[in-house]
Design a protein around this ligand. Structure first.
Ligand SMILES: *Cc1c(COP(=O)(O)O)cnc(C)c1O
Length: 416
């Protein structure tokens, strides 16, 4: 069998009965029908851009044609009873996200990008830290935007805070008396390694250090318990596991104990206690709503709002169990071939250290991923040598994962 025929058949590759049995027992199997997944493609990239849910497509059409097209400006304030409450949309979406991250609804603000929210969170954290603490600690290999935003804020504050970058594994040892806050991404975007949010938050708290968590690859992938962990601030992404669509609004979490003291760096009118009073001075709205800056992005917020309904009846422990079963299966199916195919697993095998992706190092990772994508198996290449496969427990089946593992093996065997 040539590579071409092998891969042409990938989507319909026969799946052994024991794999079909896993799908038959999957309590989330019915969720797949909520999504419009493209034909002929195995899409393992929901950690970069989540798939389109059917209810999103319908909602965006309704918001555009009726709420905007017909009701026009009335839709800002018609009221929740008519389902036209654009003003309250950020709060409605915040409540849905709060459940997924272990927060109260009034601790979450929705809008802007993750990058902008990282700025807001860092400025708030540095603003409540004791003045003698002058270090902002972060993972040296953090996601680029986290590092860039921290650099920009540090420059804006005239170098009053030193940005100290250390390896993620050494963060604990650097939580000293000079550290104001620590900025960490829970799941590493390359390796899929998941940090112990509860343990690190507790350690930071004991050391008097504020935590700022980036949950881009956590929210919607597995349960996050920010309040139980005593976390201080967090941000996350709307378009990855939350499936809110390209450029979907992001979220910001601010623990209640900080609401009255944390400075709102981007104090816009939509975070004012009474925006249409048009007062001369900023008076913050109650709770995290004060961190909403400008006019709600209604079209994209509506898409995210509808996308989040897919989680409404999902037990997050069940979601986590399925995610681990999918990643275990993928790893297990590729394990016997790894050495022969120059694949090196970089995702931890330990469940408590794993997000919802599987990554391998390969010397020709860039070319290999291009071939996989051309063959209809969509993952990501990440510099310098990472093949990344995102597994989304809401819409992936074990059959998908089996076929994907076979596809990777087929492409690599043809190259070997
Ligand atoms: C995807 C991602 C972001 C995205 O930031 P944007 O402002 O939405 O572009 C931020 N942080 C991490 C860790 C990410 O993986």
């Amino acid at each position: 069998m040539t590579t071409q025929t092998a891969l042409a058949d990938l989507q319909t590759l026969p799946v052994p009965p024991e794999v079909l049995a896993l799908d038959a027992r999957d309590p989330l199997a019915h969720k797949r029908g909520d999504f419009l997944l493209p034909e002929g493609v195995i899409y393992l990239d929901g950690n970069s851009l989540g798939a389109l849910s059917r209810r999103v497509a319908a909602r965006v059409r309704g918001v555009t044609e009726q709420e905007w097209g017909e009701a026009l400006i009335g839709s800002w304030t018609l009221g929740a009873a008519q389902g036209r409450d654009w003003m309250a949309l950020p709060d409605r979406v915040a409540a849905k996200i709060a459940r997924l991250i272990g927060a109260q609804p009034d601790e979450v603000a929705v809008g802007d990008s993750t990058s902008v929210n990282t700025f807001k969170a860092l400025a708030a954290a540095l603003g409540v830290a004791p003045p003698e603490r002058r270090v902002l600690l972060t993972d040296a290999d953090n996601f680029p935007t986290d590092l860039y935003v921290a650099q920009g804020l540090s420059a804006l504050l005239d170098g009053r805070f030193e940005l100290r970058r250390v390896p993620a594994g050494e963060v604990g040892a650097h939580l000293g008396a000079d550290v104001a806050a620590v900025l960490l991404t829970q799941v590493d975007y390359r390796t899929g390694r998941c940090l112990d949010l509860a343990a690190i938050s507790a350690q930071a708290r004991a050391a008097g250090v504020l935590t700022v968590w980036d949950l881009a690859h956590s929210a919607g992938a597995f349960p996050v318990e920010l309040n139980a962990a005593g976390a201080d601030f967090a941000v996350g992404c709307g378009y990855k596991y939350l499936n809110g669509g390209p450029g979907a609004p992001a979220f910001l979490y601010v623990a209640r104990r900080h609401h009255d003291r944390a400075p709102v760096a981007l104090s816009g009118w939509m975070g004012h206690a009474d925006p249409f009073e048009m007062a001369r001075d900023y008076v913050p709205a109650p709770g995290a709503r004060r961190f909403v800056t400008g006019t709600p992005m209604v079209l994209s917020l509506s898409a995210l709002d509808a996308a989040l309904d897919a989680f409404a009846d999902v037990d997050l422990q069940v979601l986590r169990a399925k995610s681990l079963a999918l990643t275990d299966a993928f790893i297990g199916w590729l394990d016997p071939a790894c050495a022969r195919l120059s694949l090196e697993l970089v995702t931890p095998r330990g469940h408590h250290e794993r997000g919802s992706q599987v990554s391998y190092r390969h010397p020709q990772a860039r070319e290999v991923m291009a071939e996989l994508i051309a063959a209809g198996l969509v993952g990501d290449f990440r510099t310098p040598d990472i093949l990344r496969f995102g597994l989304t427990p809401l819409y992936h089946s074990f059959a998908d994962v089996y076929r994907a593992a076979r596809g990777v093996q087929t492409i690599l065997e043809a190259r070997a």
